[in-house]
Ligand binder design. Sequence first.
Ligand SMILES: *Cc1c(COP(=O)(O)O)cnc(C)c1O
Length: 333
Amino acid sequence: MAAFGTVFMPQMIQAHFTDNAWSESSVVPSDKIELHAGAHVLHYSSTCFEGLKAFRHEDGSVYIFRMDANIARMKQSSHLLSLPEVDGPMLEKMIIDIVRQYADETPLPPGSMYIRPTHIGTEAAIGKAAVPSLSSLLYVLLSPVGDYFAGGATALRVLLEEDGMRCAPHMGMIKSGGNYASALAPITAARIQHKADQILFCPGGDVQETGAANFILIDGNEIITKALDSTFLHGVTRSSILTIAKDLGMTVSERNFTVTELLERAAKPGTEAALSGTAAVLTPVGTFIHNDKEYKVGTGEAGPTTMRLRQVLNDIQWGKAQDKHGWLTKIDV
Ligand SMILES: *Cc1c(COP(=O)(O)O)cnc(C)c1O
């Protein structure tokens, strides 16, 4: 199977912002865009993106999951990066139009159609290091994805990093390209030195998130995750899992916690840890690596509560459980 995110639908939908207005959207080939070599995004990283999914139900109908949350975050990211303001209803229509065009190609569960809205500053102005781009391009790419867990949900090895940070603290809640580039060197070093799959960034001991997923700790009936602030990405999956946990009668604690508390709790039987995000839903964490020592989380394998929460979320996405929070948008074809 092709690696996640390497297969694209041949067309995408785009709109340009110039002279203080958005153009009509148009459907164009997805294998290239035309940019001036001096475009703002290429020099000063004026870029943000989103990741959401469309799912096919058993009767053939197609639904997009929590589109409004992703559009709201895209508007916020664009605003915080001083990119032109995103027109929410326009972006919603663009997403629906392109998903409808490829509705028939939406894979069946456990696959889905991954949707990648992207917004970049296009003004050719290399003198504008400290000035926003006046023009931009907004486009929506589609990538059919298969079963993330083909071969089973193997528990990850995660390095706890207290010294560095993933990105600048005021940038954490923005889904912006530069943040991922800034985390690459430490993640690559962790892979080589510790055979770690991911780094859990814990600046000054404060447990935050990994390079591209939120972190949750499960201790019996309690689910613990960092309270929202500007330093980390406010995941839609995180919010969905917390809502489902409350529905299931679990205690949800959104609060700050330290590496010391994390390691104390991890040692207890019945503790589970997981990474949450649109791509992988919930991925179990089996081992923490800290100061060259290894700590198993509970049994070191995928835990039952992690798998249950994942199943309940998947059941809603796949149309097998009632969508009582109104998270799905039906695409009329
Ligand atoms: C996208 C992302 C997440 C997960 O967000 P979802 O909305 O759940 O997909 C978490 N952390 C980072 C850094 C991310 O980029």
